[in-house]
Design a protein around this ligand. Structure first.
Ligand SMILES: [Fe+2]
Length: 280
């Protein structure tokens, strides 16, 4: 509920901002230096392009696109350059964070121009979006180091009147999938101790798991997203490719702090998925 005395409102609490923020999440694009390369039989460049085409056709201009890691499988400058060129054509700004397959250094050198940026935070209307780096060099699993935890705490403290959406690559809690849960965030306790101190946190958004996912941590919604290329079968203890099309997550962040969200997928399964591969 909005305070009645408008003069007491912080400047970003615009009284006309009744419309929700419209945000899209894409993740785990796994592009390569060579645009012809495939992952488990799928050409990751063409499935990425198809998901962006779907965005342009069905969502048009949104407030923001969030790209939550594993954007370039081989962490190549060529892969990031092509990613940036394609995202630059989108109608919305794109904020990116790294995943375990990315190189944060190469990524920040190649992205970070025009509308494609790596930023710690963005504040829109009465929402704060925090982008964290959960990667550890040479490791597949996730960890939030002291500097990242400090960013999280500092941004929440500095924007105490904003609702908050926290983004990172790794799933912060197990998803009942043993092989994937070996690559979960390894220090969730300290992460959720911070989250618990700030009631304005409404959602935690992540990639990495290549599947649609939703659960709760107390009042905080935990949301995972399909990859723009290959999908993993939920609730299995071994690696298994799921025969569902690539997709994206849409979110509407309302001024009252509520989140509406869903997943939208390509209408058809890309051909040539190689179900015999044993890993990625
Ligand atoms: Fe990942």
């Amino acid at each position: 509920m909005k305070p009645e005395n408008i003069s007491q409102l912080p400047p970003y609490y615009a009284p006309f901002a009744d419309a929700p923020l419209r945000i899209l999440q894409i993740s785990d694009c796994h592009l390569y230096a060579n645009p012809g390369r495939c992952l488990a039989g799928l050409n990751t460049q063409s499935t990425f392009d198809a998901v962006l085409d779907l965005i342009e056709q069905e969502f048009g201009s949104t407030d923001l696109i969030l790209a939550t890691g594993d954007l370039v499988h081989d962490a190549s400058p060529q892969g990031y350059a092509r990613l940036r060129e394609r995202l630059e054509q989108m109608a919305s700004p794109v904020y990116c964070l790294p995943g375990n397959h990315d190189s944060p250094a190469v990524m920040s050198q190649t992205l970070n121009r025009g509308k494609v940026q790596m930023l710690e935070m963005v504040q829109l209307q009465n929402w704060l979006i925090v982008m964290l780096d959960s990667t550890v060099p040479g490791r597949e699993g996730g960890h939030l180091g002291a500097a990242q935890l400090e960013i999280l705490e500092h941004q929440l403290q500095q924007n105490i009147h904003c609702h908050a959406l926290i983004c990172l690559h790794h799933h912060p809690l197990p998803i009942n999938s043993a092989w994937m849960d070996r690559m979960v965030l390894d220090n969730p306790t300290v992460f959720f101790q911070i989250i618990d101190r700030f009631a304005q946190v409404k959602g935690i958004l992540f990639g990495h798991i290549h599947q649609e996912y939703m659960s709760w941590w107390k009042q905080v919604q935990l949301l995972g997203v399909p990859s723009t290329c290959i999908q993993f079968t939920p609730q299995l203890d071994q690696f298994n490719l799921d025969r569902v099309p690539p997709g994206l997550r849409w979110l509407e962040l309302h001024p009252d702090g509520s989140i509406e969200t869903g997943v939208r997928r390509l209408s058809a399964m890309p051909t040539k998925l190689d179900l015999s591969v044993a890993g990625y």
